[in-house]
Each structure stands twice: as structure tokens, then as C-alpha cells.
Design a protein around this ligand. Structure first.
Ligand code: GLA
Length: 500
């Protein structure tokens, strides 16, 4: 009898255990607990890419401390292959661009402590008309695994009409997801179907990120007919989508991003020359706030000090990489003075962070510098209206909060230039990182640990505080942003009625 009871119990445990662990895990393949970071060649180089450029970029990512800020994927985009498969049906790298083959590149990138990404398409061809992987998923996934690939960006061109409803698209992308899993190598899976068939509704169980729009371009808010949609519901995603166009598309679907699977707003344009410094700061800040991947898209060896000090702002990156994994949402959007493209709007974005902090951003896409205001009631509106009801404790708006400006410690150009010229290394590492206000090394100390010990590079500068039920205001430049971390003040709260 005891035997039967034990074996029935064992059978029940065996049956439910995989289910329990699947339910408890936050990522289908264990990757992407926070949004991925790295560099992709497409925005800066297009098809003009080869092994030497990749390796030089990777080396500079190490030298400049970008790897140690978390930018660890080096991603080779379109145009890397031959126009024909080999006799056994495998993809073959172009021998002029990659004289030693792809594996040699991957090996060298790995030896630098970085990870290596590649590109293919869930279609007959890639978008630049090289060979795609549709119908070859298992063979190509195995080729990538054999080469030591850690990341696949998987595009949507020439898909043979296999889209138009979510299930068809799910199946087409899931075929590659399963093929990647089958290799046994952990490969980050970055879907690039531009939001067609609403991947944010279904991709979390088989991909680590999914593009939500047509291709970004290096403009803050210029409309372009080749990016015709302004909402997420888009039959023709196109390209030349501005920063504000893409922000408008993500706003209603931010909550679909979660640890393991993220909304991808496309690679960063910071540094490519088409926007002002304020616009690039706003672009980078918003990508961090909504938890888009932070994939640099500029010429790394030639980057300027101001580009560097945006991409290497640890206080902003700590928001992206916060372990709670909760994307910011738009609390409100208001019309502002319009600019030449009639895109003027101001908005307030808020997110909760691990450990009880909050992040907020006031975005001014209007045509003039503006004093923007956000009440604590606005900032904590979700706490007042979501769940809990009568059993809810004191609202956060009834506390006082310290305001930390996440751009106030932005690195000065002298320091940035010293790093870019290779003059700022101490004992082989970039400067002294343990107590710097501007430099952070996430290889030495994970962001969650740094936040836990209030590392000065992650907190920005405390500029003021706000009283219970108070208002936060800031003068926000044209096409600019104010981005703050809010930390609760101990012992500052509204008095209860009987104490008044
Ligand atoms: C598509 C993708 C881009 C890039 C190009 C390459 O347009 O959306 O990100 O990969 O293809 O051809």
C-alpha cells in the first residue's frame, strides 16, 4: 500500500513539476531577463559590413567600457552571405567580407568577453535580397549554433504571404524558435516582423523581443509617407519612422513587455548626426523607460564625446536594466506648441522600479522650451486606481519623495574624450569605478547590486524633493526630456486626520 501511495505521489510530482517550473519562469529560454544591450551595424553601415569592421567595433566596445556597461551583443545584420547555398544546403558567408569565415569572427568576439549575433529572414530572401531561412530553419539554426552565434535577429521580408493573421505569423516564427532551441545552444531570439499581426500579444512564449514598428530613422519627429502608420495597428509598417512616431506606437502596448520578452523599438540612432543633443537624450531615455532593447547603431570607433556620454549614462541604463522589468507607461499626453512637423505634444511617463523607487520622464516634443508639471497624484495614479480597494495601504502620493536627476551627472566632454582616446584607463579598466559619479562597471557589480548600495553613478544627482501631494516641475527644452528617479523619504508623510 505504502508503495502505491509513494509511486502515485511520485507520478503526480513528475507530472506537475515541469508545469510548475514553466509557470514560475519568466523567460521561455532563460534569456532576456532585462532588455538586451549591444550594437548592430545596420543603422550606421547598412550593407557595407565585414569582419574587420565588426572586430574593430567589438574592441572599441571593450576599450570604451561599453561592454562593462552591459552592451554585450555585437550583431551582424543583413548582407553577410553568398547568393547561393553550399552543396549540402547550408548558408555560406561571403568570402570577401569574411575571409576567415563567421566562426573565426565569433571566436574572436567571444575572446573579448562579448556575445555574437547574426541576422536572417523568415522569408525566401532577406530584406536586402540575400538568402532567407524560410523552409531551412533547422539547418540554418544548426549552422548558426555551429558558428557560435548567441543571438538571431529574424526579419520578415519575402515571407511568401505567410502573414495576415496572428496564428500564421506565430507558426512561421515559432518554427525558427523551436529550431534554435533544438540546437541546445542558448540563442537570444529577436523577432523583426515590424509589429505585423501583433507579436506583443503572442510572442512571449517563443521569442525574447519583437519589433513593434517599421524601421527607425535618424529624425526626431519628421513624418515620412514611407512610414504611413501612427498607431500600433499597422498594415504597412514601412521605414523612415521617426522617434516620436515609434513612441506613439508603443504607448498603448508598453505592458506587453516583460522579463523574457520585450517590445523592440528598433536600434538606436544616437550619434548618427540627424538629431540635436536634446533629441538624442530624449530618444535614449525613452528607449530605456519603455524597456526597448538598447542596441547602439552608430559608428563606435568614430563616436564623439557627446554621443558617448549619452550612450554611457549609467543612471539611465540602470532604469532599462532594473530587475523589476516593468516598462514605463504614458500617464498623459497633452498638446504643446506645434513645430514645423505639427507633432507637438508633451507627455508624462512613469514606471515602478525594484526596491520601491520610481522613474519618471517628462517629454517635451513641442517646439519651445516649456515648464512641465506632474503632480504626485498623476505619478502614482496606478496605485490609487488598480486593485486593492479598501485594503490598500497609504498611497505613495501621501509620502515625500527625493528627486534624482538622471542626466545631471552626464559625463563631461573632457572625460569622455579621454576615454575615447584611450587615456583614462587605470589598471586596465576604465577609470576607477567603485565610487565614480559618471562611470559604472556592471561586469564587476550588477545593476541590482549597485542600486542596492546606492552607487553614485546610478542615482544621478538629488536636485530637490517633493512634499506629500506635491507637484514636480521642470523646464524641459524643445524636443527634450527631464528624467528622474524618485526615492521615498523616510518619515515624511501626510498626517492622519486625527493628528491634524
Ligand atoms: C529590415 C529590418 C532592418 C534591417 C534591414 C536589413 O528593414 O527591419 O532592421 O535589418 O531589413 O535589410
Amino acid at each position: 500500500m505504502a508503495y502505491y501511495v509513494t509511486s502515485i505521489f511520485a507520478a503526480i510530482v513528475t507530472f506537475f513539476l515541469p508545469l510548475a517550473s514553466a509557470l514560475g519562469s519568466t523567460s521561455y529560454n532563460g534569456l532576456a531577463k532585462t532588455p538586451q544591450m549591444g550594437w548592430d551595424n545596420w543603422n550606421a553601415y547598412g550593407c557595407e559590413i565585414d569582419a574587420a569592421t565588426l572586430l574593430e567595433t567589438a574592441q572599441k566596445m571593450v576599450d570604451f567600457g561599453l561592454r562593462d556597461l552591459g552592451y554585450n551583443y555585437v550583431i551582424l545584420d543583413d548582407c553577410w552571405s553568398n547568393m547561393q547555398r553550399s552543396d549540402d544546403g547550408s548558408l555560406v558567408a561571403n568570402a570577401t567580407k569574411f575571409p576567415d569565415g563567421i566562426k573565426a569572427v565569433a571566436d574572436e568576439i567571444h575572446s573579448m568577453g562579448l556575445l555574437f549575433g547574426m541576422y536572417s529572414s523568415a522569408g525566401m530572401y532577406t530584406c536586402a535580397q540575400y538568402l532567407g531561412s524560410l523552409g531551412h530553419e533547422e539547418q540554418d539554426a544548426q549552422t548558426f549554433a555551429d558558428w557560435g552565434v548567441d543571438y538571431l535577429k529574424y526579419d520578415n521580408c519575402y515571407n511568401q504571404g505567410q502573414e495576415g493573421n496572428s496564428l500564421i505569423t506565430f507558426d512561421r516564427y515559432n518554427t525558427m524558435s523551436k529550431a534554435l532551441n533544438k540546437t541546445g545552444r542558448p540563442i537570444f531570439y529577436s523577432m523583426c516582423n515590424w509589429g505585423r499581426d501583433y507579436p506583443w500579444n503572442w510572442a512571449q512564449t517563443m521569442a525574447n523581443s519583437w519589433r513593434i514598428s517599421g524601421d527607425v530613422y535618424d529624425s526626431f519627429d519628421r513624418p515620412d509617407d514611407r512610414c504611413p502608420c501612427t498607431t500600433y495597428d499597422c498594415p504597412l509598417p514601412g521605414f523612415h519612422c521617426s522617434i516620436m512616431n515609434i513612441i506613439g506606437k508603443v504607448a498603448p502596448i508598453v505592458d506587453k513587455g516583460q522579463p523574457g520578452g520585450w517590445n523592440d523599438l528598433d536600434a538606436l540612432e544616437v550619434g548618427n548626426g540627424g538629431m540635436s543633443d536634446d533629441e538624442y537624450k530624449a530618444h535614449f531615455s525613452m528607449w530605456a523607460m519603455v524597456k526597448s532593447p538598447l542596441i547602439m547603431g552608430t559608428n563606435i570607433p568614430k563616436m564623439t564625446a557627446s554621443t558617448y556620454s549619452i550612450l554611457a549614462n549609467p543612471a539611465v541604463i540602470a532604469i532599462s536594466q532594473d530587475s523589476a522589468g516593468t516598462p514605463a507607461y504614458r500617464v498623459w499626453k497633452r498638446a504643446a506648441e506645434v513645430d514645423e512637423y505639427d507633432q507637438g505634444e508633451q507627455s508624462l511617463w512613469v514606471m515602478s522600479l525594484s526596491g520601491g523607487d520610481y522613474a519618471m520622464a517628462m517629454l517635451n516634443a513641442g517646439n519651445a522650451s516649456m515648464e512641465m508639471k506632474a503632480t504626485l497624484e498623476d505619478i502614482f495614479i496606478d496605485k490609487a486606481t488598480t486593485g486593492g480597494g479598501a485594503t490598500r495601504g497609504p498611497l505613495p502620493s501621501s509620502s515625500g519623495w527625493d528627486i534624482h536627476d538622471l542626466w545631471a551627472n552626464r559625463m563631461d566632454d573632457v572625460t569622455a574624450n579621454a576615454i575615447l582616446q584611450g587615456n583614462a584607463t587605470v589598471n586596465g579598466t576604465i577609470m576607477e569605478t567603485s565610487n565614480s559619479m559618471m562611470v559604472y562597471n556592471a561586469t564587476e557589480m550588477a545593476y541590482s547590486d549597485g542600486i542596492g548600495m546606492s552607487h553614485p553613478a546610478l542615482l544621478g544627482v538629488k536636485i530637490s524633493s517633493v512634499q506629500p501631494m506635491g507637484t514636480i516641475s521642470a523646464t524641459v527644452p524643445r524636443h527634450g526630456i527631464a528624467m528622474y528617479r524618485l526615492r521615498k523619504q523616510e518619515g515624511v508623510s501626510m498626517k492622519k486626520r486625527d493628528e491634524l
